[in-house]
Design a protein around this ligand. Structure first.
Ligand SMILES: C[S@@+](CC[C@H](N)C(=O)[O-])C[C@H]1O[C@@H](n2cnc3c(N)ncnc32)[C@H](O)[C@@H]1O
Length: 245
């Protein structure tokens, strides 16, 4: 996702840093403890501007969610959208984050948002290749990767989020019976992913090359990219796969 550099991006992230997890020991040892209510965990990789996790976390509130994004100028948009959707305020008219009680958090000042108001999503700044160091095995019930970068040129296959090395990471991070869910507009990436997932220990349990015409259409939650592609008439590919340990 290409983004123009966000003005004061790091200061903006700092004011809402209570919604961003950066304590490696907690993530590794007890990631469930960062949420107010104990619940099974889901992970979205490459959350972009965060619309998917924002909606899913409301539609399926019995889970807690980590949403990972490697570009901080994109992550800041996701965090701010989520905070606004949970009535935690909005951008101040002249910058900074304006909390509902009128307090302005600016110039890198952090708002220690009460745990009960933080909701069931926490954001992670980082690259998916760091996941094995960040989280222990059998941590997640579901891992989502939506409209990930296709890396079409030969020599870059390893960067695709459905490359065998990434699937091996998901296999470890998911609990027995956990699911990997993948959506893309890109036909080449989808066919590659069907091949790599089929060759992995995952079992494909759902596959469609036209999600919006499938039985999942009604319950499907659209991402930003999905909305744009769908508006252009592009069909959406989707697969889900389960790991049995
Ligand atoms: C094409 S965008 C899709 C965004 C969003 N999922 C959607 O469907 O609208 C892919 C996003 O994944 C992020 N991303 C790509 N590779 C990643 C990785 N290895 N780890 C974390 N984020 C990644 C990119 O920075 C970008 O924001």
């Amino acid at each position: 996702m290409r983004m123009r550099k966000k003005k004061h991006g790091s200061e903006r992230l700092a004011s809402l840093s209570a919604l961003i997890c950066s304590n490696p020991a907690i993530l590794r040892e007890n990631p469930r403890s960062v949420f107010e209510k104990d619940a099974p965990l889901c992970l979205e990789i490459g959350c972009g501007k965060g619309d998917f996790v924002k909606q899913l976390s409301v539609a399926a509130p019995d889970y807690n969610y980590f949403a990972m994004e490697k570009v901080d100028d994109v992550l800041v948009v996701a965090v701010e959208k989520y905070a606004a959707s949970r009535e935690l305020g909005g951008l101040g008219p002249h910058g900074g984050w304006l909390a509902p009680d009128g307090t302005l958090y600016a110039d890198g000042e952090t708002w220690d948002i009460p745990l009960a108001q933080r909701g069931n999503v926490r954001f992670l700044s980082g690259d998916a290749k760091m996941l094995p160091e960040m989280f222990g095995e059998n941590t997640f019930d579901v891992i989502y990767a939506n409209f990930s970068d296709p890396w079409p040129k030969s020599g870059y296959e390893d960067r695709r989020l459905t490359a065998p090395a990434f699937l091996a990471i998901y296999e470890k991070l998911l609990r027995d019976g956990g699911r990997f869910c993948f959506k893309t507009d890109n036909v080449g990436l989808f066919e590659y992913s069907v091949e790599t997932v089929s060759a992995s220990p995952f079992e494909i349990t759902f596959l469609t090359r036209d999600l919006h015409a499938s039985e999942r259409a009604e319950t499907n939650i659209m991402t930003e990219y999905e909305r744009n592609f769908t508006a252009k008439g592009v069909k959406i590919n989707c697969l889900e796969a389960v790991i049995r340990k």
